[in-house]
Design a protein around this ligand. Structure first.
Ligand code: NAI
Length: 283
């Protein structure tokens, strides 16, 4: 079975940058595509910062050597020779289906795998817009990618078992992650459990039941969570949290998945959490 050496990443935000970093740290040849030159530069700056920190902490020998394995581009054509491409653009179904149809045309090898890091969009919806749905799979990393070991592998009903095994060999064998297998349902395993919990904390804050600090402190000190649910929402990004809630709600029609008004208003206001400097907390 083919081992992947040439990987592509589309989107160099929180997740795409992390996926590019762990791939380059594992010695893979990485091409990253962003949507515009400023976004590309912002992505590169984040990667340099993260790798610089890893070098200072002694986790890698040389940030420069790792960066040398990452090529940053703004045209999807740069992905033509890739063996596997991971999509990590905004959590928007229309944007992702358009991208998958384009990737299907650009990525030349019929054996190449097209993967998505989506948190909640059915993999089948991405597979069916391509001519190779058997090569389309969800490879869902966790934030921050260089730190959290989990990856959810999400084959659709049409994904070939060999592709799932190639993806497992990449994430477990090469990237040093641990994989769990999930069915192609909105939220997979972790977000289907975690997002309603985060939404409950937002409702609790919204109703004036307790302060953000006390809600988070309660879960950290009383349930040994590494961080509280509101701090976690700020880390995930409130727009991403809202998008995942909407996908879960659309799939299951359960009130516990409905985004609370406070979350919607904060997203309207551009208060997206850490990435914009303000969410439930100020950074
Ligand atoms: P983000 O907003 O930090 O990054 C998205 C990046 O994609 C931006 O830099 C944007 O410029 C770029 N982009 C948008 N459209 C593009 C296109 N057509 N071509 C190239 N680049 C494009 O978002 P984040 O948090 O990195 O999320 C990305 C994906 O990962 C989403 O599907 C999200 O659901 C998923 N995810 C997010 C997690 C999180 O904790 N934030 C965890 C696991 C998955």
């Amino acid at each position: 079975m083919m081992g992947v050496e040439r990987i592509g990443v589309v989107g160099c935000g929180l997740m795409g940058g992390g996926i590019a970093e762990v791939s380059a740290r594992a010695g893979l040849d990485v091409v990253v595509v962003e949507s515009s030159p400023p976004a590309k530069e912002a992505g590169r700056a984040r990667l340099e910062k993260s790798l610089g920190r890893a070098e200072v902490e002694g986790k890698i020998d040389s940030a420069r050597d790792v960066l040398a394995r990452i090529r940053m581009e703004t045209s999807l054509e740069a992905l033509a020779d890739r063996e596997l491409v991971v999509e990590a653009i905004v959590e928007d179904e229309a944007a992702k289906t358009e991208l998958f149809a384009t990737l299907d045309e650009i990525v030349e090898s019929p054996e190449a795998i097209l993967a998505s890091n989506t948190s909640s969009i059915p993999i089948m919806k991405l597979g069916v817009v391509t001519s190779r749905p058997e090569k389309v799979i969800g490879i869902h990393f966790f934030n921050p990618v260089p730190v959290l070991p989990l990856v959810e592998l999400v084959p659709s009903l049409l994904t070939s078992p060999e592709v799932t095994e190639q993806a497992r060999a990449l994430v477990e064998g090469r990237l040093g992650k641990r994989a769990i297998d999930c069915q192609d349902r909105a939220g997979f395993v972790v977000n289907a459990l975690l997002v309603p919990f985060v939404l409950s904390a937002i409702r609790m804050l919204e109703s004036g039941f307790a302060t953000a600090e006390d809600i988070d402190r309660g879960l950290v000190l009383g349930a040994a969570h590494p961080q509280g649910p509101l701090a976690l929402a700020d880390l995930i990004g409130l727009d991403t949290t809202q998008a995942v809630a909407q996908s879960l709600y659309e799939e299951f029609k359960e009130p516990l998945y409905a985004a609370p008004p406070l979350l919607n208003r904060m997203v309207d206001a551009g208060l997206l959490g850490r990435k914009t400097g303000r969410g439930f907390y100020t950074y």
